[in-house]
Design a protein around this ligand. Structure first.
Ligand code: GLP
Length: 240
C-alpha cells in the first residue's frame, strides 16, 4: 500500500483529485467505483469545478456506488443515491443511466443483492474510491465481515449508526440496515484510493496500515491489494 500524508484536508482532496482525473483522462470509458460520506466531498467539488472550467468529460464514464441504506428511496435526502446526485452527478455530464447504486426500497433483498452482483461482474472497476469508518469499515463492511463477501445486507453497528447520525435530524432516523458491496468486490478494482481525514480516523488508519490483516479491521485487507493508495491528512495519520 502506498501511503501519502498531506498537511490538511484541502491538500488531501487535491491529491485525490489528481489521481481521479488521471484515471478519467487515461480512459474516458472508465468505470469509477464511488463512495459517500463527508471525506470525498472535497474531491467531488474539484471534479465538478474541473468539469465546469476545463470541460473534462464524463459522458462515457460509468459510476458504481458502494452502498445504500435499506428503507430509503432514492429521493430521500439522506439516501446515498440522493447524496451522489447532489454532490457529484448533477455537476458533471455523466448520464443518469450510467450511474449505479443498490435500490434501498427493493421488495426482495436477496434478489437485489443478486442483481448488484451481476452488475458488478459486468462493470469491473478501474478505480475504487473508499472512505474509512472510524472502526475500520469500508463501504458498510463492518468488522467481522468475511474478506470473501459479495453484495449483502448489513446490520449496522451502534458505532456506525452513531457516526452517521450527524447527517440525520435524529439518531432514531438512521436506518439500521444497509446494502453494501462486498470486500471481495472492492478488492477486484484495478486501483483503490482510500481517503481518511481527521483525528477520529487516526486509530482506524493505524490499524489499517500497521496492524495485521484481519477481518476485525476490514480496511486492513487493502494491504493485500497490488495497487492501493491511502491518502491521510496529518490528523488522520497522527498515530502512524
Ligand atoms: C459511511 C459509509 C462509508 C464511509 C464512512 C465514513 O459509513 N458507508 O462508505 O466511508 O461512512 O464516512 P465519512 O467520510 O463521513 O467519515
Amino acid at each position: 500500500m502506498k501511503i501519502i500524508v498531506t498537511e490538511d484536508y484541502r491538500s488531501l482532496s487535491a491529491k485525490a483529485f489528481e489521481i481521479m482525473k488521471m484515471a478519467v483522462n487515461e480512459n474516458p470509458y472508465a468505470v469509477l467505483g464511488l463512495a459517500t460520506g463527508t471525506t470525498p466531498l472535497g474531491l467531488y467539488r474539484s471534479m465538478t469545478e474541473d468539469h465546469r472550467e476545463n470541460r473534462t468529460s464524463y459522458a462515457h464514464i460509468r459510476a458504481v456506488n458502494l452502498d445504500e441504506y435499506i428503507g430509503l428511496s432514492q429521493d430521500h435526502p439522506q439516501s446515498y443515491a440522493y447524496f451522489m446526485r447532489e454532490n457529484l452527478f448533477k455537476g458533471l455530464d455523466i448520464e443518469a443511466e450510467n450511474t449505479y447504486i443498490e435500490n434501498g426500497t427493493a421488495q426482495n433483498a436477496e434478489a437485489e443483492c443478486e442483481r448488484y452482483n451481476k452488475l458488478l461482474e459486468n462493470l469491473p472497476r478501474d478505480i475504487q474510491l473508499l472512505g474509512l469508518g472510524s472502526n475500520g469499515h469500508i463501504a458498510f463492511n463492518e468488522p467481522g465481515t468475511p474478506f470473501g463477501s459479495d453484495t449483502h445486507v448489513v446490520d449496522l453497528t451502534p458505532n456506525t449508526i452513531k457516526d452517521n447520525a450527524r447527517l440525520f435530524k435524529d439518531i432514531s432516523e438512521v436506518p439500521n440496515r444497509a446494502y453494501t458491496m462486498g470486500i471481495r468486490q472492492i478488492m477486484q478494482a484495478k486501483q483503490v484510493l482510500i481517503l481518511a481525514s481527521g483525528e477520529n480516523k487516526a486509530d482506524a488508519v493505524y490499524n489499517t496500515v500497521c496492524g495485521g490483516v484481519t477481518e476485525e479491521v476490514p480496511a486492513s485487507v487493502l494491504q493485500l491489494h497490488p495497487n492501493c493508495i491511502l491518502i491521510a491528512d496529518r490528523e488522520a495519520a497522527g498515530k502512524l
